[in-house]
Design a protein around this ligand. Sequence first.
Ligand SMILES: O=C(NCCCCc1cc2ccncc2s1)c1cc(-c2ccc(F)cc2)cc(O)c1O
Ligand SMILES: [Mg+2]
Length: 214
Amino acid sequence: TRSTRPQRLLKAVKQHATRGDPQSVISAIDHFCRHREWAMNVGDEKGCILDSVVSELNPEKVLELGTYCGYSTVRIARLLPPGARLITLEFNPDYAVIARQVIAWAGIEDKVQLVEGASEDWIPRMKEHFGIETFDLVFLDHWKDHYLPDTKLMEGCGLLRKGTVLLADNVICPGVPDYLEYVRNSRSYKSCYFKSHLEYTRAEDGLEKSVFLG
Ligand SMILES: O=C(NCCCCc1cc2ccncc2s1)c1cc(-c2ccc(F)cc2)cc(O)c1O
Ligand SMILES: [Mg+2]
């Protein structure tokens, strides 16, 4: 049977990237998605914005909602200080199989914990299951209609502290209007928009960075 796009993406990583070199994994995926097949990775342009937010914050505890093939997982984990941890949630088991191999190829698996399941099931279990008090950074890149309910769930579970940064992908395309309205109008967040483009295209998209004020 025909291979899947994530399988072809992984093959490109194994063919063109060097084991243990996260940057070469990132470049191999960007090349594949720009010249072979588009895929819904955050991409190189928005990825540079993600890099600057991570580098400035130097987070110890990171949550990623939506792993897909692990592209943004590798982008974030490669910048984390020793001892820092990234928990990434993926709903689709086929994506998770690919992401684990991409993460291993990049050589950053000791910083990453990939968990399979739905965000609404796992967010309430973060404290008791992973011994996490609060997150320093949350990267939202999963179902767009889950951004807002999951943000309210994280607030309710006490997973956000004064200064926690929420960074949301795709706030223009596909768009998350209810989430944007919430973080931009709530007194509990200081929010700003980083204008960019939908990965590997000229369509507008961007990242919204929202600091939780407690
Ligand atoms: O849907 C997108 N991303 C979510 C995939 C949903 C996977 C999930 C992970 C998870 C984990 C935990 N709980 C529940 C869930 S559900 C997405 C889509 C586009 C796009 C843009 C223009 C298009 F024409 C077509 C697609 C671009 C992007 O950057 C995306 O991120
Ligand atoms: Mg995205």
